[in-house]
Design a protein around this ligand. Structure first.
Ligand code: GDP
Ligand code: ADP
Length: 423
């Protein structure tokens, strides 16, 4: 981990972490940015002192990769868990003079040659990348958001979370629960078939064996218990539960993948999972699907022919409790009865606000293209990105963050972009 936060200079590895440990004051005022030009790929540092969330200095500078909030410095650089494809995060606590490596949730930005890091309200740090693709230029590192606080409590250790910045708004994810064999999968398939650009399925992980028609990565990520338990412990899952004797879970990444494609995310999860999501900061629509009768549920399960008799019996036993919880727990704001399939599907579309005359489109995920060379300044909720360089027109891009919503897990929405042409 150390090497991820160091850089090579004159064939020697300098570790920023050890510099901080031995010379904390010196390091907070240390600027390495001018060295970068001669140093190849490793990112350079411009370390500056930010007090109580206020950015007091350093804007317009080349590569701000450390921000200070209260007594803590967040160093955003290097690689994540030895993976050079993702930016790493380290925390330095001034009061104890100790470093820690937090658990980093969500898929973070890929490293690039320069970043600006800006402290925002609500426990977020805005990270603006230089010279990156439009779908990878604006990121939020949540260090004390509600999601981070909740995950910190759950995992019992230091946590930070990445959330990509996206223009435009997205509709809430949809959680669909109901007993095995009620028709959840059938209804979801119908919805995705009719509106392929609008809905995307969150592919869960499971330790159960694949059925003959099921494809890994499409219906589920089939995995084994030890691997999944480790990933749960690493904070990779938004929720998980033991259902019918197997482990099932929704990874943060599976929700991000759907959101990134501009689609509304559908989660087919059990009541325990729905309860976890309800208690989390993910704002979703909760739907419970009921069978017309237990006899009909049993017939459907048998007709599907995917389970052994023993498994069918287990699913039927669990169904009673699930239906009771689904109807009475207060988790689900919508209860659908799947008697006649077409009718149930129509009701599902109605409650999702899809009616025959309304146009149905996917949510366009708009990237944010930034000039390759720029400086960054902040004024209240506005971030000014000024193009620099002699051969350019020096236009300015203004990011208005006053209406941002969402965040980790998933994406931060609602960035309003303005372009100011230089006269
Ligand atoms: N909590 C949770 N439950 C899940 C997840 N994925 C699937 N499930 C639930 O696990 C149960 C069993 O799913 P499955 O083995 O596919 O059987 P089926 O419901 O009979 O098709 C169902 O209630 C699913 O909704 C998940 O990621 N999290
Ligand atoms: N309204 C319905 N009437 C009759 N059969 C149905 C209906 N809805 C679904 N089915 C059938 O019931 C079986 C179970 O449905 P499925 O979608 O796999 O349930 P789940 O995903 O809830 O376990 C499937 O064979 C499906 O074709």
């Amino acid at each position: 981990m150390l090497s991820g936060f160091g850089f090579f200079c004159s064939n020697r590895l300098f570790s920023l972490r050890s510099l901080f440990t031995f010379f904390p004051k010196f390091c907070l005022r240390l600027s390495w940015k001018h060295r970068k030009a001669s140093m190849g790929e490793a990112a350079a540092f411009f370390v500056d002192h930010l007090v109580n969330g206020q950015h007091t200095n350093g804007f317009g500078e080349d590569r701000d990769t450390t921000v200070q909030i209260g007594d803590r410095s967040y160093v955003i650089d290097g690689s994540h868990e030895g993976n050079p494809l993702f930016l790493g995060v380290q925390i330095h606590d001034k009061t104890t003079n100790k470093w820690s490596s937090p658990t980093v949730l969500g898929t973070g930005p890929k490293p690039c040659k320069g970043y600006s890091a800006i402290v925002l309200k609500q426990g977020r740090i805005l990270v603006i990348k230089k010279g990156s693709a439009s779908d990878d230029s604006i990121w939020f590192l949540e260090v004390d958001s509600p999601f981070v606080r909740e995950q910190r409590k759950l995992l019992g250790r230091e946590v930070v979370a990445w959330s990509k910045g996206v223009r435009g708004n997205a509709e809430k994810p949809i959680v669909i629960s109901g007993p095995s064999g009620v028709g959840k999968g059938t209804l979801i398939t119908m919805l995705m078939k009719e509106f392929p650009s609008m809905f995307g399925f969150s592919v869960s992980h499971t330790t159960r064996s694949p059925r003959c028609m099921e494809k890994n990565g499409v219906h589920y990520h089939f995995t084994d218990k030890t691997v999944m338990e480790k990933e749960i412990n690493d904070g990779k899952f938004l929720e998980f539960a033991s259902v019918h004797g197997n482990l099932y879970g929704t990874s943060i990444e599976s929700v991000e993948v759907v959101t990134d494609s501009g689609k509304r995310c559908i989660l087919d999860i059990d009541v325990q999972g729905a309860r976890s999501v309800k208690a989390s900061s993910l704002d979703a629509v909760f739907i419970f699907v009921c069978p017309p009768s237990m006899k009909e549920l049993e017939d459907r399960l048998r007709a599907r022919g995917t389970e052994t008799e023993e498994q069918i019996q287990k699913r039927l036993r669990n169904a009673e409790a699930e239906i009771k919880a689904g109807k009475s727990s207060g988790i689900f704001e919508h209860i659908l009865y799947n008697d006649n399939l077409e009718e149930c599907y129509k009701n599902l579309k109605n409650l999702l606000g899809i009616n025959d005359d309304a146009p149905v489109n996917g949510v366009e995920v708009e990237g944010i293209s930034l000039p390759k060379e720029h400086t960054v300044t902040k004024k209240e909720d506005k971030i000014m990105i000024q193009e620099t360089g002699e051969a350019t027109k020096n236009d300015m891009i203004v990011l208005d963050l006053s209406s941002i919503n969402g965040g980790a897990p998933g994406r931060t929405r609602g960035i309003v972009l303005d372009s100011v042409k230089s006269s």
